[in-house]
Design a binder for this molecule. Sequence first.
Ligand SMILES: Cc1cc2nc3c(=O)[nH]c(=O)nc-3n(C[C@H](O)[C@H](O)[C@H](O)COP(=O)(O)OP(=O)(O)OC[C@H]3O[C@@H](n4cnc5c(N)ncnc54)[C@H](O)[C@@H]3O)c2cc1C
Length: 435
Amino acid sequence: MAWDFSTDPEFQAVLDWMKVFVRDEVEPLDLVFRRPEDPFDPASPAQAAMAPLKKIVKEKGLWACHLGPELGGKGFGQLKLGLMNEILGRSRFAPTVFGTQAPDTGNAEILARFGTEAQKAKYLQPLLDGEIASCYSMTEPQAGADPAEFTCKATREGDSWVIEGEKWFASHAWFAEFLIVMAITDPKVPVHEGSSMIIVEKGTPGLEIVRNVTVGPHDEIGAGVHGYLRFNRCKVPQANVLGPVGGGFMVAQSRLGGGRVHHAMRTVGMLNKAMEMMCERVVSRRTKGERLADKQMVQEKIADSYTQILQFRLHVLYAAWLLDRDKAYTRDVRREISAVKAAMPGVLKDVVYRALHLHGSLGMSNETPLMNMWQYVPEMGIVDGPTEVHKVSVAKDVLRNVAPSPGVFPTYNVPERRAAAEKKFAAFLKGSDKK
Ligand SMILES: Cc1cc2nc3c(=O)[nH]c(=O)nc-3n(C[C@H](O)[C@H](O)[C@H](O)COP(=O)(O)OP(=O)(O)OC[C@H]3O[C@@H](n4cnc5c(N)ncnc54)[C@H](O)[C@@H]3O)c2cc1C
């Protein structure tokens, strides 16, 4: 019988150190390096500012902890990673300072899992060392959630694959050293069997960045980090296929699970931050002779936010625990990850909205992090697959083994159940009023 919600003291000490380090040393980076690419682009001036911090993280043994021991990593496990990510979620820069930023983490995972020795040496090691950035390119302009609609294809010509088509929202494409591109390699079979992952290096002839897209209305502060790409007969060696030819979908599936748990725990970090701001505000601001905190309608907002954050946090940690238990994307793991993913934008919307609202005009302004958090609400419902798709997966799994009622009336219909119960307890009912 093991139901235990505590963290062992040794790891708690690590988390306590991280909390102070992220608050005092990392969060200030958010205030001065404001372009979307700053935490990720190896050429950003922010890199020099991050370098001493990365060194400290490495010395502490906390660098790039996302790979399990079977993939050559430290093997922290998802639960510990979850607790770490909760702290990293407080700052845009923290994941990079700790060597666990998307999409590099997921790319490292599939390189470690499926890469040849040559691919690992060339791409995985520099990626894990934080020397280069990478890109993962699957979504297309006409299709995202449904890979069956993808059309970008790769055809074998001699010793090469020739890629033709377009990709959309390929994060970090313009400063990535290499891209992992999903392309249709056999159009005659369903996409689940006919797509492959292909590594395309920066500067390969035929790789065109049509434009870079930004999330939100921020075109004045940078070029945007999400690439709209065109592959004009872009030729790469056959050896650049990552994983089996035709196994692109399977590789993609194996990449997203852990990443979704990390995303969710970083969202918990953001929620905690919004909650702290909300609490400080309501005990500080006065109206009609008392603190906001003394108004019952405000207390309801605090209580609802507290409960929603705790429920969401425990659900994410449960998903992480399942992943550690099963060490694979089993049905149980996938259901819980989808459930968490689907719940995430709703919790974020509720809590951040309450925090914004209680801050009044200050909340609307650019003088708190709250409006930045607000931007993540719709993003969390789209990135890594729309909410609807995850809800469909959860519902299908929940209903998988549920049998239909044997007749017109359900198995729980009271008259039939009461008749059966009366029969069972007949000896005790003699003389009593059965009605
Ligand atoms: C910040 C950000 C970063 C991203 N980075 C990357 C990246 O690095 N690489 C990459 O390949 N992609 C990336 N994406 C793209 C992301 O994976 C897609 O946006 C996502 O898969 C949804 O695809 P879509 O945008 O084409 O929307 P669509 O698939 O067109 O869906 C639009 C809407 O249609 C509805 N819908 C879709 N399917 C269903 C369904 N089955 N049932 C009911 N309703 C449905 C939903 O309301 C959904 O929100 C990124 C997206 C964002 C926002």
